[in-house]
Unconditional design. Sequence first.
Length: 135
Amino acid sequence: MSLRILLATAALAALVPAVGHAQQTSTAIAATAEVPETRALNNGVNQAIVETKTANAVAMAQADINQQEYEADKAAYAKAMRQYRRDVVATDVTYIRQQDAYAMAMRDWRAQVVMCKKGHQRACNLPTPDPRNYM
């Protein structure tokens, strides 16, 4: 990110002497014909061009920084969503295991009731199945 700023600054530094050199050459050729007010206006325009190029280079560097921050934020969000999905899956797996344990306990309890109704006293005396024993 700062490399781009350095490159932009170096490019601008290279442009400034070129702009000044071009101005000196044109000034030397038409030195007698140019009015001082025109020269002052031209110098102001050239300075505005340099300032605009500098401002654009800084804006581009800031845009790169903003883009990098945005990409980092997107990556952090994606990582958080992956973790959340793992948590949800783990919760779902636990919930499914609990449901299965409850279903097995109910199946055994129903079989116990059937055996009790058929007259098997031992089945009548058994405790109710606990789903925690089926996990």
